[in-house]
Design a protein around this ligand. Structure first.
Ligand SMILES: [Ca+2]
Ligand SMILES: [Ca+2]
Ligand SMILES: [Ca+2]
Ligand SMILES: [Ca+2]
Length: 504
């Protein structure tokens, strides 16, 4: 009888296969006592444990053992064959082999032993890689067991040149490499004792740390295979000292009682820091970098600023800049060197950094305005040749060298008896662009001097001529005149008239 409603009340003999389970508590095959919820699932295409899944979580196979056979060989360049095998794996039903390029499996795939063959061309090119085998049953496979293959006819040739820096310093991290060498299966590098190969030994690229105490040496590499080792490739290594800094940039004179003066050098290749020194002042900021600021107090005479570039190999030679508290010699004096007697002419120099005063001396005539500044006027007196003027600057730390203007000629200029308001000097158009028409009136055939000067008094055009009686007209080219305001001056008959001429 059968407990059709599975209420636990069963008839004698209901567990037909007598495995302790019935259809009521999960026996999915009551005619086979190896199939029930208490059974272990095995690889057999059957749901042994009655969980509804066939061959789920079956046990793994044992590992495949080591492969037997010749892994490495130095051989003649002719065709050949060999065999590889493994011990049988309990429960495995098939074996899958893979071989490197150059080997061909001629028999035994699927079994515990294979035969492989190679051609003459294949062995001449070298055969390297792995022979691997995996064991399987219908449900699972093992991890592969592999052996590294190196079949060659000759040792590798000498490696090509080593790439990487030839100049290095302690603390550098560098890479050396060679192109892969034909038929090579491994590489062996050496480096100086003061270097460490951090990775890549055995390959054609190594990473290297340069250690303390490094002073140079040699890096070498050889390529190897089963037939032997190549000749050695070497690369000489030296220290990478930084170059001497180029000229120190910055104001070097007129530094008396100043602060925050900037001095710098262009960055030096391979330098990791800079070492500055100073006499006659104080470094305020920037030590260690390629730019510093400097304070200078009362520096009488001269001091110096020095700098070296520094890296892991050491320091460069020293670059020096002489500094002075006193101002620099002024640049050349601007002004006319051919002037008329009894006239007033402007002279000037460019601003001198750090100068508190400008002292002018003139051999004849006199400074009529501006003494002490960079812009003066001189009243020239009687005609004379070979006249000179000079200017010296000074501050609390001292005086500069003197700048002179020599060879000044004070001319005896003709003068007659005409009043300025009778000259009627005119220019048009005004403003002008590329040319201007100049007109003036003369009573008679008088000598005249026509001058165009800029606002600093510098003469840009000068013409001496003889006027016709009546209206005189001249057309002047203004090529070369920058846009600005100019003084147009005519001197004639002891008279002088000046008007503004604007060039656009
Ligand atoms: Ca049963
Ligand atoms: Ca059963
Ligand atoms: Ca099963
Ligand atoms: Ca199952």
């Amino acid at each position: 009888m059968i407990d059709d409603n599975c209420d636990g009340n069963i008839d004698e003999g209901f567990d037909v296969d007598n495995d302790g389970y019935t259809s009521c508590n999960g026996d999915c095959n009551d005619n086979d006592n190896t199939i029930n919820p208490g059974a272990t699932e095995i690889c057999n295409g059957i749901d042994d444990n009655c969980n509804g899944l066939t061959d789920d979580n079956v046990p793994a196979l044992p590992n495949v053992g080591a492969i037997s056979g010749t892994a490495t060989a130095c051989l003649p360049g002719v065709a050949g064959s060999t065999s590889y095998s493994v011990a049988a794996v309990a429960g495995a039903t098939t074996y899958a082999w893979s071989v490197p390029s150059g080997f061909t499996i001629t028999s035994g795939q699927g079994t515990t032993s294979i035969m492989v063959s190679w051609t003459a061309m294949a062995i001449q090119n070298g055969i390297s890689g792995s022979v691997c085998v995996t064991a399987s049953d219908a449900c699972v496979s093992t991890a592969p067991s592999c052996v590294t293959i190196d079949y060659q006819v000759a040792a590798p040739v000498t490696p090509g040149s080593i790439s990487g820096p030839g100049k290095v310093c302690s603390g550098d991290v560098v890479v050396y490499s060679i192109a892969a060498v034909n038929r090579a299966t491994s590489y062996a590098w050496t480096v100086p004792a003061t270097m460490t190969i951090t990775s890549g030994q055995g390959t054609n690229v190594i990473n290297v740390q340069v250690d303390a105490g490094y002073v140079g040496g040699t890096v070498t590499v050889v390529a190897s295979n089963v037939c032997g080792t190549s000749p050695t490739r070497s690369k000489s290594l030296t220290q990478n000292f930084p170059a001497t800094p180029t000229a120190i940039l910055g104001q070097k004179e007129g530094l008396c009682n100043t602060t925050g003066n900037a001095f710098s050098i262009p960055a030096v290749a391979n330098a990791t820091s800079y070492n500055w020194g100073i006499t006659g002042g104080t470094i305020v900021t920037g030590q260690g970098t390629n730019g510093i600021t400097v304070d200078v107090a009362l520096l009488i005479g001269s001091g110096s600023i020095t700098v070296q570039a520094v890296n892991g190999c050491g320091t460069s030679l020293t670059r020096t800049l002489t500094i002075k508290g006193a101002p620099a010699r002024p640049d050349p004096i601007a002004g006319n060197v051919s002037v008329c007697d009894n006239t007033t002419e402007p002279y000037s120099v460019a601003t001198v950094a750090g100068a508190d005063s400008y002292t002018w001396v003139v051999s004849s005539g006199s400074v009529s305005s501006g003494q002490g500044t960079k812009n003066i006027t001189i009243d020239w007196a009687a005609p004379a040749v070979g006249q000179t003027m000079s200017v010296t600057t000074a501050n609390a730390c001292g005086s500069s060298l003197t700048r002179s203007l020599t060879g000044i000629t004070v001319n005896n200029c003709p003068r007659f008896g005409m009043n300025a308001d009778q000259v009627n000097l005119n220019a048009f158009p005004n403003p002008a662009t590329d040319r201007a028409t100049i007109q003036f009136t003369s009573e008679d055939n008088s000598d005249y001097r026509l001058r165009i000067s800029d606002v600093t008094g510098r003469t840009l055009f000068l013409e001496n001529g003889t006027a016709a009686a009546g209206l005189n007209t001249k057309v002047l080219s203004l090529d070369g005149f920058a846009s600005g305001v100019y003084n147009l001056t005519i001197e004639m008959n002891n008279a002088q008239q000046q008007i503004k001429l604007i060039v656009e």
